[in-house]
Design a protein around this ligand. Structure first.
Ligand SMILES: [Zn+2]
Length: 289
């Protein structure tokens, strides 16, 4: 039995949010251990939401976001690292059925046209294409926005987080002086902000776009897929799961009240979602109409 296939079309999906054009791109599919993705939630509960293959892997997608606002092109996340050997790609069941670059091309852009890259964090499945395989910045005209705490974490790893970071994806950006390390919540453009959501690690940030009375949130790995909306559904990868829980309890009610469009980094099927009230309290995520 192989990995269940993703229902999402590989094509870029577009939404207008106030003054902004937002495009959900995709950099392909991969698989991770379902038990690790759902932490201490038993498989009998999570497998209804995310069927697993014979190696217990669930299907995930890599979903970067392009925001065009005020004449600026902002890329949220840069995709999955492309420099792994065959063993690496087999472990993660990497399937490049689409790439970030083809998605940009569909919108009529090249990497040179990106003004700002937002790294939610520097794990290789989120910041993997910050650099080319030759070791150059992939987006040479961009500033790369990251939390200072994340740069610190990525450059001072320990045994529990080391496998998530590949220095080739961020050291050349550091060397070229292209990182803008921010500390806490920061507005990058009118209506576009980064928002710290620690828990998965210390330096993770979400992205919040508010324009024309509408709100869109890119959740980073606080909500890796739609299935992670319930409060206790927290991944086993999270270094600080109770911190994740605190931030879900703080922000999910706010985003629900705002009727926000929700974009997750790894949902296999859905590009744009909405929060609805859960049957037993808390929230669920469903595809937005
Ligand atoms: Zn991830």
């Amino acid at each position: 039995m192989s990995l269940p296939s993703s229902a999402r079309s590989t094509w870029t999906q577009h939404r207008r949010v106030g003054e902004a054009d937002v495009y959900s791109l995709t950099d392909g599919q991969f698989g991770l251990d379902g038990g690790a993705m759902f932490g201490n939630v038993p498989k009998v509960l999570w497998e209804r939401r995310a069927p697993a293959d014979h190696l217990n892997r669930i299907r995930l997608r890599i979903n970067p976001l392009l925001i065009r606002l005020g004449g600026r092109n902002i890329l949220v996340e840069t995709g999955f690292w492309d420099g792994g050997d065959e063993k690496f790609e087999t472990i993660y069941a990497l399937d490049r059925d689409e790439t970030l670059f083809r998605g940009l091309e569909e919108v009529g852009l090249t990497p040179d046209d990106i003004h700002t890259v937002i790294n939610t964090h520097l794990h290789f499945d989120h910041a993997g294409r910050n650099t080319t395989l030759l070791g150059d910045p992939t987006f040479p005209n961009a500033r790369y926005v990251v939390q200072a705490a994340e740069l610190q974490e990525a450059t001072h790893t320990h045994e529990r987080n080391r496998a998530s970071y590949i220095p080739e994806t961020f050291q050349p950006i550091l060397d070229a002086g292209l990182f803008d390390a921010v500390d806490g919540e920061q507005e990058l453009l009118p209506g576009l902000s980064v928002l710290p959501v620690p828990g998965h690690n210390l330096g993770q940030q979400a992205v919040v776009l508010r324009s024309g009375g509408q709100t869109l949130v890119y959740t980073a790995d606080m909500l890796p897929t739609l299935a992670h909306a319930p409060y206790p559904y927290i991944t086993g990868y999270d270094l600080y799961p109770v911190t994740t829980l605190e931030h879900k309890r703080k922000y999910l009610p706010q985003w629900y009240e705002a009727g926000a469009l929700i974009c997750t980094p790894h949902d296999p099927d859905v590009a744009f979602a909405k929060l609805v009230e859960g049957k037993k309290g808390g929230f669920e995520l469903v595809a937005a109409e």
